[in-house]
Design a protein around this ligand. Structure first.
Ligand code: FAD
Ligand code: SF4
Ligand code: SF4
Ligand code: SF4
Length: 408
């Protein structure tokens, strides 16, 4: 029977929860908001299946080195709707056109992130775009298995640990299964995400959320909220198309106020991520999924155009023979082979985990009592916003004056 004594040894993939024949495992959130299995010992029959499928206890042994590509969907509209170059949509369109089912991470009605499936193109948008929060896998391994047994083609997408968990859960190769994982930095706490939402908005009024809003450009990670009359805790705000924007740096941009995205900062600086992400066993160039999807970062001479910086471009790793066969049949994409080492050089999340922030523990002991917009900057050692904004404003004014004087 599975027992979690060291939280770094459970990635929350839910394979044990999905496999238990007695349904005596529930996934329960700890004080940080991450899900862990909890066993009802009365009903457990000690069959050992939960341990057998755990991808942390039984890491898949992998041999294949992938072929790497710079890749993008040919439709600008799809790329604008996606986080990188829209390769997830290209794979999903291929599977849906063949009558298949696509699994991935979407939002529920309260904007929690959870795995779900789509069977039509119209329904696919729910799964598009990165949600930088740990996704609850729910019963989706079981649902995917049922579709596979019925002979439907299935595309299952998620973090590398979720794909490793799915593969262990299934226990054998299915010809009709295609998998894609993401280059995964780490996953933040669902509880912190909910706090961020409730401290900024009336959650029921949010109509859409985009962690990789491309209104301004692709490279700068804008988070946007679509709201009726652009309401948020700061009152009625000046926005574009009823969207409220957040960015790592607060600023005033063309026709919009941009709020400080303390959530993204805390994610990237390892303050709010799952403990297992800091010792992740699923990083590296050898992957369990058929495909790996990420952003194409780095210097690539003329390979990345200004248009790509605007619309996004993917790093695509093709990890298996099945992946290569499928790729050769997908027409709506543009791909260029690139050096895998170079992809990994500029995208450290592909290679290695990052240590937890030294004040992570302190954060979780205080996050129930202190607003995030105060707590996060304080623990990350930042200057208060009231000082930052005038400073950046003064810098802008000075540089404008300087340029004016030069042209006189
Ligand atoms: C938590 C997280 C961390 C990431 N870290 C990096 C990184 O460090 N470097 C990098 O290059 N890329 C990273 N990515 C991947 C990147 O942001 C894009 O998701 C990826 O490139 C696919 O983009 P796309 O344009 O092909 O498709 P999109 O339509 O943008 O992506 C949708 C895909 O992402 C999956 N997805 C979305 N949110 C989640 C989630 N919470 N859990 C599991 N799967 C999810 C969906 O199931 C679907 O497969 C990360 C993504 C997530 C969710
Ligand atoms: S040992 Fe078997 S019955 Fe017990 S929790 Fe694990 S899977 Fe369920
Ligand atoms: S890693 Fe997955 S299978 Fe292993 S204990 Fe955690 S949730 Fe269960
Ligand atoms: S960093 Fe590793 S453990 Fe964390 S979500 Fe990603 S794949 Fe899973």
């Amino acid at each position: 029977m599975i027992t979690i004594t060291d939280k770094t040894k459970c990635c929350g993939c839910g394979a044990c929860f999905n496999i238990c024949p007695k349904h005596c495992i529930t996934m329960q959130a700890d004080a940080e908001g991450f899900l862990y299995p909890s066993v009802d010992k009365q009903n457990c029959v000690n069959c050992g299946l939960c341990e057998k499928v755990c991808p942390v206890l039984h890491v898949p042994s992998l041999t294949n080195l992938p072929q790497a590509y710079a890749a993008k969907h040919i439709s600008d509209e799809i790329k604008l709707k996606s986080s990188s170059g829209g390769m997830f949509t290209a794979l999903a369109e291929y599977i849906l056109a063949r009558g298949g089912v696509v699994f991935g991470a979407g939002f529920d009605k309260n904007w929690n992130v959870c795995h779900q499936y789509a069977e039509t193109i119209d329904d696919l948008d729910r799964l598009r775009r990165s949600k930088y929060v740990q996704s609850d896998i729910g019963h989706t391994f079981e649902q995917a298995k049922n579709f596979l047994i019925l002979g439907r083609e299935v595309l299952f997408t998620g973090t590398p640990c979720q794909i490793a968990g799915l593969k262990n859960y299934l226990g054998k190769d299915y010809a009709n299964l295609l998998t894609a994982d993401i280059i995964c930095h780490a996953t933040p706490s669902p509880n912190v995400w909910q706090k961020f939402l409730t401290q900024n908005f009336t959650v029921s009024q949010i109509r859409a959320i985009n962690f990789r809003e491309k209104h301004f450009d692709w490279t700068h990670f804008y988070l946007s909220f679509l709201m009726p009359h652009a309401l948020c805790a700061h009152g009625n705000v000046q926005t574009i198309n009823e969207k409220i924007f957040f960015h790592i740096r607060a600023a005033a941009a063309a026709a919009a106020v941009i709020y400080r995205n303390c959530f993204l900062k805390a994610f990237l600086q390892e303050l709010i991520n799952r403990p297992s992400c800091h010792v992740c066993q699923f990083k590296g160039q050898k992957r369990a999924a058929d495909f790996t999807l990420g952003d194409l970062w780095g210097k690539w001479d003329r390979l990345i155009t200004n248009e790509d910086r605007r619309y996004g471009i993917s790093a695509l790793l093709v990890n298996s023979t099945k992946g290569r066969q499928v790729l050769s049949k997908i027409k709506a994409i543009s791909i260029t082979p690139v050096d895998l080492e170079q992809v990994a050089r500029f995208n450290s999340a592909l290679r290695t985990s990052t240590k937890a922030h030294p004040r992570r523990k302190e954060f979780f002991s205080l996050y129930d009592k202190t607003p995030l917009k105060i707590l996060i900057p304080r623990l990350l050692g930042e200057k208060p916003l009231v000082i930052q904004i005038p400073l950046s404003f003064m810098r802008k004014v000075c540089s404008k004056l300087y340029r004016l004087l030069l042209h006189k």
